[in-house]
Ligand binder design. Structure first.
Ligand code: HEC
Ligand code: HEC
Length: 355
């Protein structure tokens, strides 16, 4: 070799090693991401729950979003998480019970997905049986009434896919795909689903006015002698619009589904379900754990005069002996108007959350 060619090949080597080093870094170092926390949440709530072993990164969120919308997670590649958690319905669906891939139906209404990182007790599902967002994401894939696959099969399909190995490499520094990394990525995406820009939020920030009907409806909601709703569903001081705790709100005398009782084994918990957030009701019908009410009128009539007594009914259902809080027609209509002011069209239309 001549002096010149040695010099050239050294230069080439240097160039190659430089470029591959640069690439490695961009592959192995995901970019940390921050949640966009709404102003009212910053004022009224403590920090969201983000596990130290699954910090948010741009690459993790991108991957989680792709997985969330991808039917590859189901056995016959027909159903994604979004099939039952559709962005346009605030990430629930519009049926009473959702249909799994084998045409089977469950007995619970799909839940909307937003502000999950502020469920501080980390008890997910209607009955609290799943103890983190990561852990929850394991179950739909193998649930026979949902995606009815198994994780070995899903990991294999993802591993053989043209894009996923690279995306896992970028997000987690390994192209070896397993259920733990899949559920971590999905959980990252789910934590970004934040809803905090309803008309009522804007009102609390002094940006818009309520109509007289909405204002009266809010008073009904807060007033212990009228609607008396705020105990379990939050208030202008709790922008989640739920306490995320478990109550029996008087739906039944006997329970087809015992809810929390099946999880704790304590009969005193029978008939208790987690209070749902009242945000985005405009998009989330039907209502209750079994989707029994198609409209907000039916929900309000339930609390007004339809309560059923049982041994575990919540003591906060104070007027259960009279059947409920007995609202006038005007207060019912205004309560509905107020509830709808908690709906957040900016959330359901957010381009970051569309497929
Ligand atoms: C066939 C319909 C269906 C599919 C598919 C489905 N879900 Fe669900 N999801 C439900 C139902 C129904 C519930 C409530 C079940 C219960 O309480 O027992 C639920 C509850 C949840 C919850 C709890 C929310 C909360 O506030 O506690 C999360 C999170 C969730 N699903 C995420 C997912 C993810 C992630 C996927 C995909 C891996 C998925 N779901 C696939 C129907 C579905
Ligand atoms: C003692 C606690 C408590 C009080 C007080 C209460 N709720 Fe509820 N609410 C719940 C629980 C728990 C559920 C879910 C019950 C179930 O599905 O089994 C629920 C469900 C709802 C739902 C259905 C939401 C959905 O996504 O399915 C609406 C709407 C609602 N409540 C509005 C109200 C209004 C309006 C008032 C006052 C008139 C009120 N609640 C008072 C605990 C309460």
């Amino acid at each position: 070799m001549t002096q010149k060619s040695i010099y050239l090949s050294l230069l080439l080597l240097l160039l190659i090693s430089c470029s591959s080093k640069g690439e490695e870094e961009s592959i192995y170092t995901p970019v940390p991401a921050n949640l966009e926390i709404p102003e009212l949440f910053q004022q009224k709530l403590i920090a969201p729950v983000i596990p130290t072993n699954n910090p948010l990164t741009e690459e993790g969120i991108t991957l989680g979003k792709k997985l969330f919308f991808d039917p590859i997670l189901s056995k016959d590649n027909t159903q994604s998480c979004a099939s039952c958690h559709d962005p346009k319905n605030a990430f629930t669906d519009d049926t009473r019970f959702s249909e799994g891939i084998d045409g089977k139906f469950g007995t619970r209404n799909s839940m909307p997905l937003f502000n999950l990182a502020w469920n501080f007790d980390e008890r997910f599902m209607w009955d609290g049986k799943e103890l983190s967002i990561e852990r929850q994401a394991f179950s739909p894939v193998r649930n026979p009434i949902e995606m009815h696959s198994d994780w070995k099969n899903v990991a294999k399909k993802l591993q053989e896919h043209a894009e996923y190995p690279t995306l896992f490499q970028r997000a987690y520094g390994t192209s070896k795909i397993d259920s733990t990394l899949v559920t971590k990525a999905i959980a990252q995406f789910e934590r970004t689903l934040i809803s905090g820009n309803s008309k009522f939020d804007q009102y609390l920030l002094g940006k818009v006015e309520l109509t007289p009907e909405e204002q009266n409806g809010f008073n009904v909601f807060m007033d212990e002698t009228r609607g008396d709703c705020f105990h379990c569903h939050g208030s202008d001081n709790n922008p989640l619009w739920t306490d995320n705790k478990f109550h029996n709100n008087g739906l039944d005398e006997t329970f087809a589904d015992i809810g929390l009782g099946a999880v704790t084994g304590d009969p005193n918990d029978n008939g208790k379900f987690r209070s749902p957030s009242l945000r985005n009701l405009k998009f989330t019908a039907p209502y209750m754990h079994d989707g029994r009410f198609a409209t907000l009128e039916e929900v309000i009539n339930h609390y007004s005069e339809g309560l059923k007594k049982s041994s575990t009914i919540d003591p906060l259902m104070k007027k259960a002996n009279q059947g409920g809080v007995q609202l006038s027609d005007k207060d019912k209509a205004d309560l509905k108007a107020f509830l709808l002011s908690l709906s957040d069209a900016n959330f359901v239309n957010n381009p970051d959350f569309q497929q």
